[in-house]
Design a binder for this molecule. Structure first.
Ligand code: T3D
Length: 262
């Protein structure tokens, strides 16, 4: 029996989700995307506290599986609208809306929509051999799976335009220097370092992390004045959590806080 294209393991509050088609650098098929979407929701429904997303083998993901759609070119071409709306977009929306912090452990090449998926996560830690290739224009496509939104916000407009139009891979050291990833570690240390980061975030104020994501998303598309209104509302939600109250009490008692994600 062949292995499932998505592996799931939950331990100590961390749901590890592994893209698992290593023979094609974890390129996405619709079935794999649907399972990934289900799995993101599963982690939240089970009450896990963080998601750690990574790839099996030497790649993170090479984006859309081009071999699986090649026959469609003889019949008028792939139905891009359906492929995106029905299979890619639910995954991207789930990553941005799930009530858990999402950590991408980028273990190798992330290309096309594989890179888009990595960029939609809250934080990225990469191995020294990771590469980021926008790839879309290399095959005559425009960026999709949200990359036209995420990339310029991470690396600024000018560099995003260069990366998207040139499509050349960016290595891990460059990715770190331009803010595409937050940390780079030697390849064989990635699993342990990413796990430690995921555990640290899972034990943190996870509700505040998710609200911070929402606030950041609002902040990049609104005026300063409107942001001040939004932040008051979002802070009210964070301020109503048990985690906030417990952390203030712990601070005043000169104790370390214990966060429960609510
Ligand atoms: O319908 C739509 O298309 C809309 C949605 C679009 C979203 C997108 O993601 S568009 C972008 C699609 N992705 C790409 O164009 C990337 C294609 N891959 C590459 O350019 C290179 O493979 C990489 C730069 C990612 C890695 O290069 P390298 O030299 O490390 O590995 P490789 O030898 O090229 O690949 C290893 C194997 O994976 C190879 O198979 P083989 O020869 O060992 O049997 C290769 O064919 C396979 N593979 C890599 N990428 C894909 C793939 N198979 C299917 N689809 C892929 N995207």
């Amino acid at each position: 029996m062949s292995e499932p294209p998505i592996l799931y393991e939950a331990r100590d509050g961390v749901a590890t989700v592994t893209l698992n088609r290593p023979e094609v650098l974890n390129a996405f098929t619709p079935e794999m995307l649907d399972l990934l979407h289900e799995t993101i929701h599963r982690a939240a429904e089970e009450g896990q506290r963080a998601i750690l997303l990574t790839g099996a083998g030497r790649g993170f993901s090479a984006g859309q599986d081009l071999a699986s759609i090649k026959d469609q070119y003889a019949e008028g071409g792939p139905d891009f609208v359906s492929l995106l709306r029905e299979h890619f977009h639910p995954v991207l929306r789930a990553l941005r809306m799930v009530e858990l912090p999402v950590i991408a452990a980028v273990n190798g090449v992330a290309a096309g929509a594989g890179m888009s998926v990595a960029l939609a996560c809250d934080v990225r830690i990469a191995s020294a051999n990771a590469r980021f290739a926008t790839a879309f224009t290399k095959i005559g496509l425009v960026p999709d799976a949200g990359m036209a939104h995420t990339l310029p916000r991470l690396v600024a407009y000018g560099r995003a335009g260069w990366m998207l139009m040139q499509g050349e891979p960016v290595d891990a050291a460059t990715a770190l220097s331009i803010g595409l990833v937050s940390r780079v570690v030697e390849g064989d240390a990635l699993a342990a370092e990413a796990w430690a980061l995921a555990q640290q975030m899972a034990a943190g104020p996870t509700r505040a992390y998710v609200l911070t994501r929402q606030l950041l998303d609002s902040a990049v598309s609104t005026s300063f004045d409107h942001l001040l209104d939004i932040e008051a509302e979002v802070q009210a939600a964070a301020g109503a959590t048990e985690d906030h109250r417990a952390a203030v009490a712990a601070f005043l008692a000169k104790q370390p806080p214990t966060f429960r994600g609510r």
